[in-house]
Every structure is written in C-alpha cells, then in structure tokens.
Design a protein around this ligand. Structure first.
Ligand code: NVA
Length: 379
C-alpha cells in the first residue's frame, strides 16, 4: 500500500515539505467538558454556565463535520492521503486510580495530541483530565502505521498522574478576579495553571523547523514537559519560547512557519524570549506579522481566538490552505508568493480550532535539515 514511499509510512520533519499523508480530526460527540482543575468553561450566554457541561449542539456538530469532511476531500484532491480518528463516547465519565472526570472532550484537534518528528509519532502527555484518554481515538491508525512501516517509531510520553499536585489551587478562580495587567504580569513570569510536579505538554505547542523545535511554554505545557522533549529528542535543538498572552495554549495561532526563511507571527503576541528574533535574523529568516483576522472575537462555544486566521496548513512551499473567510490573510499569503486554497472552516472551530489544529502530519517528503546553522548562545 505504501510502495510509493519505499515502504515508509511516517516521515515529517517540518511544516512545509510536500505533504502526502495527514490525519484530519472528527467533530463527533465533542463535549463542553466537565470542569476540572485545568479547565473551567463559562459560556452562560450559550447555555453552558460555569460548572455545567454537555455535548455541543448536534446542529453545530453536523456543520463542523461537513467542513472537516470537505477539508479532507480538498486534501485528497491534492493527492494527499487522509486518515481519520475513531471517536469514543466522549460523554462518558473517565477515571484513573487518582481521579474521576465527568466527561471527556473530543477528537477534532489531532495536532494537540500527535507530534510527528521524522519517523516518530509521539503521543503527548496532555494536561487535561478530560483529554487523558484521547489517544485511544488515534490508536487504530498508529497500530496500522506501525504494522505497515518497519522503521516507524511509535512513542507515548509518560502518562501523567494529573493529581491536585499538577495544578495550582484555584488558579482559574483567582485568574478571573485579576485585572488584565495582573494576568499579563503572571504570564510574563510563566505563572499559569500547571505546576512543575511532572512533565506535561501538548503536541500543538511545538513548532517543527527541521533540526530546531520551538516549544511554547503555555497553560498546557510546563517547563518539565519541555525538558522531557529535550531529552527525548537529543539530536534536535529544543528552544523554549513564550509569547505575550494571558492564557497561551498551542503555538499555531501565534508563531507559524511557512517555508524555509519565512514565518508568521501574531502581532498581538510578541515573543518574550529575545533569542528567537536573534536566531532568525542570524540565519536570514524573516518573521512577518500576520494579517488582521476577519473576526474580532471567537465563534460561540469556541475556546480559540480569532487568530485562528493564521492557523494554516502548508501543503508545500508554494501552496497553503487558509480558512475561506480570512480574506486579509489570504491576500497576504498570495503576496508572499503562495497559491492559496481557501477552505471553509469557521463552523468547525468550536470543536477544537483551525485547519492546522485539526490535522496531524504523517508523511511529508524530505529529510531533517538544519535551517539555523548559526545558533544563539543559551537559547
Ligand atoms: N490558543 C490559540 C489557538 C491555538 C491554535 C488561540 O486561541 O489563539
């Protein structure tokens, strides 16, 4: 079946080499998850007051699945193989010996969970109890890739305990009572909900640039998680980064690689680590402010911001998929030399994010290259 890649199923080193095989998530049965130490949803205007939880409305789910299926079809039309996860009943309560959680979440944002680095697919620890079992949705695919590809490395980061020790007590309650300035001061100090009791990270906090991986410290990824990744990928250079944002989660609406020499940054979220700019300048990379988003706030029942506008999927160094309504972003990417494929996706966003969030790489052509031969001491 995989004769076209010489028997290799899994291979992807960056975000821009020619894409041949990808996973696209599903919206089925996605939940507004039950409250837990890491997450508290308060969407009273849409029927989910603080403390309540339940399935996202079926009508919304249907629209989201239509957009996800259409995205998968567009990719297939570009000659890309698309696989889909197997949803679970996410409304069921789950438990480990340490805790019980009244619901799971969903399996739309494949990117959050699966990190592909070369021939390895790594299941992230995740940091929400509602997402602890989400890896099961991808197991049928991972098992198959492992059978079909004798060189595939299949790894799972240590499953976290997620006891009370992993979270700062009453973090969100205190956060909601803070001024914006206080929230930003805490963010500058990387003082978010997670403690350092154990390594925690989401795969979507990692930006893949060949030999260099940029890992965002966030509300889902702690310093121990970044350290775990550094030790796990000893042949890579792991650069911890963080950006000016009160509650960051996932790097791909903040800092997005487009092709060798070019990345997009969110102008509202400047990088707080000086080494990043220096590294990019030294190696003749340009970092361009992304265009204005089409919306000025997130979609109803969405935990993602309007900056999903920059959450694009690069098919190769000349072609990129962008959300169809993001006209300014489309124009900017065309101006930067890309052929843009516009993909309607706004209705899918409450189920886990944008185009990039909904995918996880399986195969891109290419090898591990060093795009930053001139490194910055201490970064
Ligand atoms: N947390 C990000 C989304 C990441 C894809 C945002 O809301 O902008």
């Amino acid at each position: 079946m995989f004769a076209e890649h010489g028997g290799t199923v899994v291979n992807s080193w960056n975000e821009w080499d020619p894409l041949k095989h990808i996973i696209v998530g599903r919206a089925d049965d996605t939940m507004v998850q039950a409250p837990e130490p890491a997450v508290q949803r308060d969407w009273s205007e849409y029927g989910f007051a603080l403390g309540t939880y339940g399935r996202l409305p079926k009508q919304m789910e249907q629209k989201a699945n239509e957009q996800l299926d259409n995205f998968a079809m567009i990719l297939e039309g570009e000659g890309i193989r698309v696989d889909r996860p197997t949803p679970l009943d996410f409304s069921q309560p789950v438990q480990t010996p340490d805790w019980k959680q009244e619901s799971m979440f969903g399996c739309m944002p494949a990117r959050d969970l699966l990190l592909t680095v070369g021939n390895e697919m790594l299941e992230a620890t995740m940091s929400y109890r509602s997402r602890w079992f989400e890896y099961l949705c991808y197991r049928p695919l991972l098992e198959q890739y492992f059978k079909d590809d004798p060189n595939m490395r299949w790894a799972a980061a240590p499953k976290p305990r997620l006891t009370e020790r992993s979270y700062k007590k009453d973090y969100w309650k205190n956060f909601d009572n803070m001024s914006y300035e206080e929230q930003i001061e805490r963010a500058k100090a990387r003082d978010w909900v997670l403690t350092e009791a154990e390594p925690l990270f989401d795969a979507a906090d990692v930006g893949r640039f060949g030999k260099d991986l940029f890992v965002q410290a966030s509300t889902a990824t702690n310093a121990a998680g970044i350290d775990w990744l550094r030790r796990h990928f000893p042949d890579h250079r792991i650069h911890p980064v963080h950006f000016l944002e009160e509650s960051p989660v996932h790097i791909d609406a903040t800092f997005v690689p487009l092709r060798p020499g070019l990345a997009l940054i969110n102008p509202d979220r400047p990088c707080l680590v000086p080494g990043l700019k220096e590294l990019f300048e030294k190696n003749d990379w340009q970092i361009v402010d992304c265009a204005e988003p089409a919306h000025n706030k997130n979609a109803p029942l969405s935990f993602c911001s309007q900056w999903l506008s920059m959450n694009c999927v690069v098919l190769d160094t000349e072609t990129v998929c962008v959300e169809a309504g993001e006209t300014a972003q489309i124009k900017q990417l065309e101006h930067l030399g890309f052929d843009v494929i516009s993909v309607p996706f706004w209705d899918a966003s409450p189920f886990g994010g944008g185009l990039h969030c909904s995918t996880a790489d399986v195969y891109r052509e290419g090898t591990c290259k060093d795009y930053f031969p001139k490194q910055v001491e201490g970064f």
